[in-house]
Design a binder for this molecule. Sequence first.
Ligand code: ATR
Length: 290
Amino acid sequence: MNNINGKTKTIGLIGNPVEHTLSPFIHNMLAEKMKLNTVYVPFHVKNGNLKEAISGASALGILGTNVTVPYKVDVMPYIDELQERAKIIDAVNTIKFINGRRYGYNTDADGLLTSCKRAGISLMNKTICILGAGGAARSVAVMCAEEKAKKIIIVNRTVEKAQELKLAILNYFNIEIQVLGYDAIKSQSEVDVCFQTTSIGMYPNSDVTPIDDENFFKGLRWAVDIIYNPSETKFLSLAKASGVSILNGLGMLYFQAVKAYEIWNDIEIPDAILEECLNQFTDYVYSKKR
Ligand code: ATR
């Protein structure tokens, strides 16, 4: 980053707030390791300024941006060409500017899938439970449908929202989807993989979990939480105590960033560099040296 010069290409993060983002660390590390002349900076875009921010980024010749909360859906009208995956997930987390045109992508499902595959989780023909029915749940559901899961069970506090998600997924995929409330899922013992997609258990509220029923965990093979702080949520520790294999959300965060960096730069990052950077990133996040 000390080598910024006239040829440096800028990449940014559009969000509100952006103060706690880990993305600059990942993207600037990837630039250094790949020896690419890019710099990644946060852009705090206040309410009402999104349209101008996108036009401005395009006019400034910025290579691309990530888009985070609360703009992943709001940004869609300002995109010229939407990747099919982003259309299905109905949210954009990555924009690339080419000759004044805005290309929109969603790399969240890619990130989670890569993280799952590295951990040895396969989704094909599996019964999957998704806790939550918001934006994150939708990415997970699309990933499961694309990977040809046997059945998806969506569990949500507000059952109507789970029904809406079910219909949205059935618009694009032919897959069995069941909607349940938290009470009903407790007695389900035939789930292979459960994805926790709500914010329940996130730091500093680390002592809560959306589900704590032993019966549920007994039948489970994998528990995945998209939360990475704490590294082991209460949901994951209960699962682990029942002998279930666990995976947190750090890999999803890292690999969605990797995919975006590959899109902006038209590259494929070699595995050795990916591993080295993931180790460095994990140390950075969990060593408390930040
Ligand atoms: P994101 O885009 O991160 O998924 P979201 O769209 O706001 O965020 O969705 C949050 C999800 O967490 C929802 O499924 C929400 O449940 P409701 O649809 O019933 O609101 C769930 N959630 C958040 N806090 C919750 C809580 N205290 N108990 C149960 N579910 C909760």
